[in-house]
Design a protein around this ligand. Structure first.
Ligand code: SF4
Length: 364
């Protein structure tokens, strides 16, 4: 199979079918989850963890607006409150996620106005730098794509695990965001960095038919022109399936950059703020060419499922984070009638707050 690729300018209204790493990962994780999110476009309320990821990403983006010498941990902590107030101003319903209700609209912006007591600070551990050389599992992603597209599911299905979520208070939430922001300073010194791009939408057309697109948290360009893609993760460092998911996302970005700029990124970097770990990965052109074929194969599997209107549930421990258990046959539910054409995108809090597609979309 020959794969032809042309560069595309980023656009908000693609005329091609499009695929983001988040939605591709949805299909690999559970085809029915992909349907609920992308075809039914069922609204989802963001979890506090997702919202915290969005907040931390916003703070780290804004941090680089400051002069280099002012990019300190204290400055970053001081951005948490104002960035939260900005989110709430746009989407007041977001505060309903918290046990202590709304923040005081008359209070000055900033964490000082929030009620205590705050939890004890998290002890900072030494930085562990993990460097991945070569490709750890060349065919893992392709195998996962094929598995997701399998026509039948082996039974019996495992009993889904439902995770009990702690109920955050707003003060706990903001403090946890500050701890994560502080963790960033354990793995990088932003005063020595001048990112080329932040929160950039990048896209490319592959196979003459599919627009692949995604938001990269940060792109660094060396004086020699070498590219480094940086992605902030607010969950824990990857273990097993999560590592594959994170690398899938980064390879997706690397493929887009390679096809649009003609340069294979030298480094794909994951910064795990919670565990203060760095994971570097260096792809090569052959690997990205294989990955491109995998993406096209995955898209064809999605297209076939759409034509057949058949998206099967794929229960796993990730069901505990799924907002659609009540409609899922694995939980005794019934999906809604298949929409034709796909439902319009809802203006729900999740989409409007940028939790699904834009920055922070792949937080675990
Ligand atoms: S509950 Fe599990 S199996 Fe059902 S749609 Fe969600 S992720 Fe898929």
């Amino acid at each position: 199979m020959t794969t032809e690729t042309v560069a595309a300018e980023p656009t908000e209204t693609p005329v091609y079918p499009s695929l983001s790493p988040s939605r591709a990962a949805d299909f690999k994780t559970c085809p029915l989850l992909y349907r609920f999110r992308t075809i039914d476009r069922l609204p989802e309320r963001p979890s506090a963890d997702q919202l915290r990821g969005t907040l931390v990403h916003a703070v780290l983006e804004r941090l680089f607006d400051l002069p280099a010498a002012e990019r300190t941990s204290a400055s970053a902590a001081g951005l948490v409150g104002p960035e939260w107030e900005r989110l709430v101003a746009d989407h007041p319903d977001l505060v309903e996620l918290f046990a202590d209700g709304v923040s005081d609209p008359d209070a000055p912006a900033g964490v000082e106005a929030l009620p205590g007591p705050w939890p004890a600070p998290v002890e900072v551990t030494p930085v562990e730098v993990v460097t991945v050389v070569g490709e750890p599992a060349p065919d893992a992603v392709e195998a996962a794509a094929m598995e997701a597209a399998a026509p039948t599911l082996p039974g019996p299905w495992p009993a889904p695990v439902v995770v009990e979520r702690p109920k955050w208070t707003l003060a706990d939430f903001l403090e946890a965001a500050r701890v994560l922001v502080d963790g960033y300073f354990a793995v990088e010194d932003p005063s020595r960095l001048e990112p080329a791009e932040r929160e950039s939408l990048i896209s490319a057309i592959v196979d003459d038919q599919l627009l692949i697109r995604g938001y990269i948290d940060r792109l660094d360009v060396s004086p020699e022109g070498a590219l480094r893609v940086v992605d902030y993760k607010t969950g824990g460092a990857p273990r097993e399936a999560f590592e594959a998911r994170a690398l899938f996302q980064l390879k997706f970005y690397a493929l887009v950059l390679w096809r649009t700029r003609g340069v294979v990124p030298r480094v794909l970097r994951l910064l795990y703020l919670k565990d203060q770990e760095v994971l570097d990965y260096s792809p090569d052109a052959d690997e990205l060419a294989r990955f491109e074929r995998t993406i096209v194969a995955l898209w064809r599997a999605i297209d076939q499922a759409t034509q057949a209107k058949e998206f099967r549930p794929k229960p796993s421990r990730l069901c505990g984070w799924c907002a659609h258990q009540a409609l899922c046959p694995a939980f005794g539910g019934t999906p809604p009638p298949f929409p034709d054409p796909p439902a319009p995108r809802p203006a729900d809090a999740l989409a409007a707050a940028g939790v699904v597609e834009p920055p922070g979309a792949d937080e675990e």
